[in-house]
Design a protein around this ligand. Structure first.
Ligand SMILES: [Mg+2]
Length: 414
């Protein structure tokens, strides 16, 4: 059996996805997620023009060798487009290997280490009453851990919170801002940011949430790459009384040493890495124990092979997984994360924003959300099946993540 052909499938069932489907000479198919939000067609072209032709005739069982062939063979290393393309091939080959073995993928990764993967959802509100309603709605859905994001006085729209325009449209709006920041159109939406206002406001929000919901509920928060190291240190310290599960992406972290300064000043656990794509991006962070959770998804970090390598390295330092799970990680990427997560000893938590109905109609995932835990399907492979006919009704539409400006008009990290 060899790889007979591979197809790059681009569709937009609610949002854009890039999916690789590899088919063997015996007709076994495997799926991989290659979605890079706002840059979808770059990775689609990378796969179509430069990767698919290399796969034809290869032994589909040689997952590690194919990973190294695409990583070392490109000469140009790392980067989100390359690593998403490698991730898609790697995930599709694991899917095929598990199907041909007649086993769910987690069995090939060592079998179950737990009954299910603890998931966290996204609660948000521009003001506290709306935020509290959102927390209650998540608790009613079964979530046992919740991310908290709110508006900031003086700012019209803020990362992770429904914009006032969206809120005004009310409950009929199918995609709230916090469920889908990428906006369709020729240009990105522009947002505003004021770090001093944020640093003043955030501790009061967490005090209010703890007063309303008590001390036990695990709470998470995302600073979304917007702080300098000393601002991040200040935020971490100011949130210590509220016992966060984690504080995420406090600095852009291209400068890994920045986390040293943050770490020296706070015991709030830190999560980093949703925009990282290789083990090299984590080297100092892991070796120097500057973080507590690895945020990379399978989709952007070289697949099951790439993320498992990072997590085995992290385990040496008692660092756990906290895999990125926004809606732009497709059900293929999420399913792969759940197979790895249920098998990993050092699993921590899984981000879970539910995909909308149209997305699930295309991918037909078999994972389940039960009492706050995500559980991968038990059929051979990943447990995801791409429906070409349904996908065909949802062609690609240009969409971008927002950009962000400070109040003086200068560009800032989004
Ligand atoms: Mg994040």
């Amino acid at each position: 059996m060899t790889i007979a052909f591979a197809e790059v499938l681009v569709a937009s069932p609610g949002r854009n996805f890039v999916t690789l489907r590899i088919t063997t000479s015996d007709g076994v198919t495997g799926l991989g997620d290659a979605t890079v939000n706002g840059r979808e067609l770059a990775v689609a072209a990378y796969l179509t023009e430069h990767v698919v032709p290399l796969l034809i005739g290869r032994d589909e069982q040689r997952v590690e060798d194919t990973w190294q062939y695409l990583y070392r063979g490109a000469y140009w290393r790392r980067g989100p487009i390359t690593m998403a393309a490698i991730a898609a091939v790697d995930t599709a080959l694991w899917d095929i290997k598990a199907k041909t073995a007649g086993l769910p993928l987690y069995q090939l990764l060592g079998g179950k280490s737990r009954t299910g993967c603890l998931a966290y959802g996204h609660a948000s509100g521009k003001e506290l009453p709306e935020l509290f309603d959102s927390v209650r709605a998540h608790l009613a859905e079964g979530y046992r851990a919740i991310r908290i994001q709110t508006g900031i006085p003086g700012l019209d729209s803020v990362y992770g919170v429904a914009s006032s325009a969206n809120a005004a449209r009310g409950a009929g709006e199918s995609t709230r801002y916090d469920h889908e920041p990428a906006r369709r159109g020729a240009l990105p939406v522009e947002e505003q940011w004021d770090t001093r206002a944020y640093l003043r406001h955030a501790p009061a929000v967490f005090e209010a949430v703890r007063n309303e919901f008590g001390p036990e509920l695990p709470l998470l928060h995302d600073a979304h790459h917007r702080l300098t190291p000393i601002q991040a240190a200040k935020l971490g310290r100011s949130l210590e009384p509220y016992d966060l599960f984690w504080l995420e992406d406090v600095t852009p972290a291209e400068n890994q040493d920045a986390l040293r300064l943050v770490r020296q000043h706070t015991t709030t656990p830190l999560a980093i890495g949703e925009v990282f794509n290789t083990i090299w991006d984590y080297r100092k962070l892991i070796e120097n124990q500057l973080i507590d959770y690895v945020r990379s998804p399978i989709t952007h970090a070289g697949g099951v092979t790439g993320l498992r390598r990072i997590m085995d390295y992290a385990a040496v330092y008692q660092i756990k997984s906290g895999v990125h799970g926004p809606t732009d990680v497709s059900p293929v990427g999420l399913a792969a994360a759940l197979h790895l997560g249920i098998a990993l000893h050092n699993f921590g938590i899984q981000e879970y924003m539910r995909h909308d109905r149209r997305t699930d109609e295309v991918f037909r995932p078999t994972y389940r959300f039960v009492d706050g835990l995500l559980i991968p399907g038990d059929e051979p492979g990943l447990g995801v099946d791409y429906d070409d006919e349904v996908a065909g009704a949802h062609p690609y539409e240009q969409a971008y993540l927002p950009v962000n400006r400070l109040l003086d008009g200068s560009l800032h990290d989004w």
